[in-house]
Design a protein around this ligand. Structure first.
Ligand code: ADP
Length: 472
């Protein structure tokens, strides 16, 4: 008896004394209301009652099956582990159809053979190692014809594959095979073997097996999807690990020779005059760009791995902004852009408790973007304002602008509005994701507002920091 499915159909049988639950009393044709001597079919009232009782019993048996199938689907929905699910299905199938054994075979797309996914009792382990060919097997026939097959004596059937019985010391007699259908595909077969008693398999058995095989197909598909998803997660974290390792190794290995290049180039430029000194300027600025890229990669990694340790101190945000603007002024004047600042309140140092180097990086990323994405003779304006316990810092440009649909995405790593192959601007697409990571690490916020072909305004808001007022 099924432990987990509640009462069996036998328990639902009506009591011997129970009256038929029809509309007795109201129905003018009911034997009690209008007792006929002989029915049109020639049965006596007693025979009619007996026929009705048999029909009721059959209906009650069906209701019993359905109740158990509903309970079964509740159990199946509660777990995604394939092995126990298939075991529950085959056990239910043997009990509901009153058979000796049941198995589920799945089609291996690569070899075109059938593999056992589950079978009743001890045979499970042995069968799982066996393969059943599609040709000359009943299971193969069911798959190819995509319909149930009912056989009284399998051993006399030319399609029967005797290999399984031979290796498991089992004797197959009657057999019912139903296809395992998933949408428009047949993925396997469920076989019920040896109906108990003499009656053989019937329509009810086909229906039960078909319903259960549909459940099995869904369970198998869900488990496969779960498996794929878990594999994808594993692959993703492996790629993430490899990327992090690569970034650490590459940045470490690149930094040392780069420091040597920067050192020698600076020394030579300071000691050489004329054309050579100009050429060394180019070497220096390229080397510095390379160093900035490496720093970006390292910072991004720290943000991702959550080991960004803020080095807090109290400093003037105004002085930091002026320092950044000074650093980028040469780049801006190269494009004949004007670079202006405004501070509110004007005579306040705008002290802040934060990581100076990291906030400088935010400003540097926003400023370099503003200069890069603004055409010649454009304007760039930086303003900082104290509002309550927060600083609002905006970098405003008159550049190419950003469509509203991209406002969020530009803060994602490696995302650039222009497609990579036709890009006109340099960059790796990580500056804004670093800026966002740094700002958020300070419990701040960063966002953009923009009008395409008119310009963009990047704003970040930072708390002044816990003890600014006391320590200054
Ligand atoms: P990168 O500048 O290296 O491409 P970022 O992460 O700094 O990477 O910026 C991502 C994208 O956001 C840029 O490629 C660009 O499409 C867009 N963007 C950023 N700043 C601006 C700006 N001031 N004006 C127009 N587009 C911008």
């Amino acid at each position: 008896m099924l432990k987990y499915l509640g009462s069996s159909p036998e328990e639902k049988k009506p009591k011997a004394s129970g009256k038929p639950a029809s509309s007795a009393g109201e129905d003018s044709k009911s034997p009690a209301a209008n007792p006929p001597t002989v029915s049109p079919g020639g049965e006596t009232p007693e025979e009619q009652v007996q026929v009705l009782q048999q029909k009721i019993e059959a209906l009650e048996r069906r209701i019993g099956y359905l109740e158990r199938i509903v309970k079964l689907s509740q159990i199946l929905n509660s777990t995604l582990h394939l092995e126990p699910l298939l075991q529950i299905i085959i056990q239910s199938a043997t009990e509901l159809t009153d058979t000796e054994a049941c198995s589920i075979m799945l089609l291996d797309k690569n070899t075109g053979e059938l593999r056992f996914a589950a079978a009743t009792g001890d045979r499970d382990n042995v069968l799982k190692k066996m393969l059943v060919p599609l040709d000359n097997s009943i299971a193969g026939w069911v798959i190819r014809k995509n319909r149930p097959l009912l056989i009284r004596d399998a051993r006399k059937d030319p399609r029967w594959h005797s290999g399984v019985d031979e290796s498991t010391d089992f004797q197959t007699r009657s057999l019912l095979g139903v296809p395992l259908k998933l949408r428009d595909k047949t993925i396997g077969v469920m076989e019920l073997v040896n109906k108990k008693g003499d009656a053989g398999f019937n329509e009810d058995d086909i229906q039960i097996a078909t319903t259960l095989s549909a459940q099995a197909a869904i369970a198998i598909e869900n488990a496969r999807l779960l498996d794929e998803l878990q594999q994808a997660y594993r692959d993703l974290s492996e790629i993430e690990r490899l990327k992090n390792d690569f970034v650490s190794i590459a940045s470490h290995e690149l930094r040392t020779p780069l420091a040597v290049i920067l050192g020698y180039a600076t020394f030579l430029r300071d000691n050489l005059k004329g054309k050579a000194s100009e050429q060394l300027d180019v070497v220096l600025s390229s080397a510095m760009r390379l160093r900035a890229l490496i720093d970006d990669m390292v910072n991004l990694r720290h943000i991702q791995t959550g080991d960004l340790q803020l080095q807090r101190s109290i400093f003037s945000l105004k002085a930091l902004i002026l320092e950044a603007v000074e650093e980028f002024s040469e780049l801006a004047s190269g494009k004949q852009q004007t670079l202006t600042t405004r501070f509110i309140p004007p005579n306040d140092p705008l002290n802040i408790d934060a990581d100076r180097q990291r906030i400088y990086l935010v400003l540097a990323n926003l400023l370099s973007n503003a200069i890069k994405f603004t055409p010649e003779k454009g304007r760039i304006h930086v303003q900082a304002e104290l509002k309550g316990h927060r600083y609002w810092v905006s970098v405003i440009d008159t550049g190419i602008g950003i469509p509203k649909s991209e406002y969020e995405r530009i803060f994602n790593q490696f995302y650039q509005v222009e497609p990579p192959l036709t890009r006109r601007y340099q960059g790796m697409g990580i500056g804004l994701s670093i800026a966002k990571g740094m700002v958020e690490e300070h419990q701040g916020r960063i966002w953009v507002e923009s009008v395409v072909n008119k310009g963009s305004k990047f704003t970040f808001v930072l708390p002044t920091g816990p003890d600014v007022a006391d320590k200054t």
